[in-house]
Design a binder for this molecule. Structure first.
Ligand SMILES: [Cu+2]
Ligand SMILES: [Zn+2]
Length: 183
């Protein structure tokens, strides 16, 4: 029941940004918010603990990045980015740097002067759950274009992104990773 409730909360926020859509239901989300891409987030330590999933789908004006992450430290704030390479090998190091199709500096995700992979920090609630719902205008889910995020990876860091320090916001160690693949 808890799972249903928390999924509903994501959907409510996702629906607020959605247009009508009639795609048949597939996977673990209902038809109204069918994503094109997904990433299963797992810690990069030996436990490979599942921390929830991230999703991406095109909407008017950009790509909606949304999801719910669990198993975090209550009250803690974490950086999360899209990194360049679609691998979590070598404790996430092989994912490389922040996805940066437009050769920008690292920055606040709401500014055009930021990496295409820069996203807002997430903060866990009292139950260790954090939600993301953000639209990036400069990425695509289409695997055929240069700014695609298909076959790249989300990385969650141990600390918060200061949105200023180069090249990665002084976000701390790589804590969890998920390769972005077809939904
Ligand atoms: Cu990162
Ligand atoms: Zn960055």
């Amino acid at each position: 029941m808890k799972k249903l409730l928390t999924t509903s909360a994501i959907l409510a926020s996702a629906l607020a940004l959605s247009a009508c859509q009639t795609t048949p239901t597939k996977g673990d989300l209902p038809a109204e918010v069918q994503p094109v891409l997904q990433a299963q987030m797992q810690t990069v330590d030996v436990s490979q603990a599942h921390l929830g999933k991230m999703y991406l789908r095109p909407i008017q004006g950009g790509v909606q990045v949304f999801g719910e992450l669990t198993g975090l430290n209550p009250g803690s704030t974490y950086a999360i980015h899209i990194h360049e390479n679609g691998t979590c090998a070598n404790k996430g190091q092989d994912a490389g740097g922040h996805f940066n199709a437009l050769n920008k500096p690292h920055g606040h995700p709401s500014s055009m002067e930021s990496h295409a992979g820069d996203l807002p920090n997430i903060t866990a609630d009292a139950n260790g759950v954090a939600r993301m719902n953000f639209v990036r205008k400069d990425i695509s889910v289409d695997p055929r274009v240069a700014n695609t995020v298909h076959n790249r990876a989300f990385i969650i860091h141990a600390g918060a992104d200061d949105y200023t320090s180069q090249p990665a916001g002084n976000s701390g160690d790589r804590m969890a990773c998920g390769v972005i693949e077809a939904y």
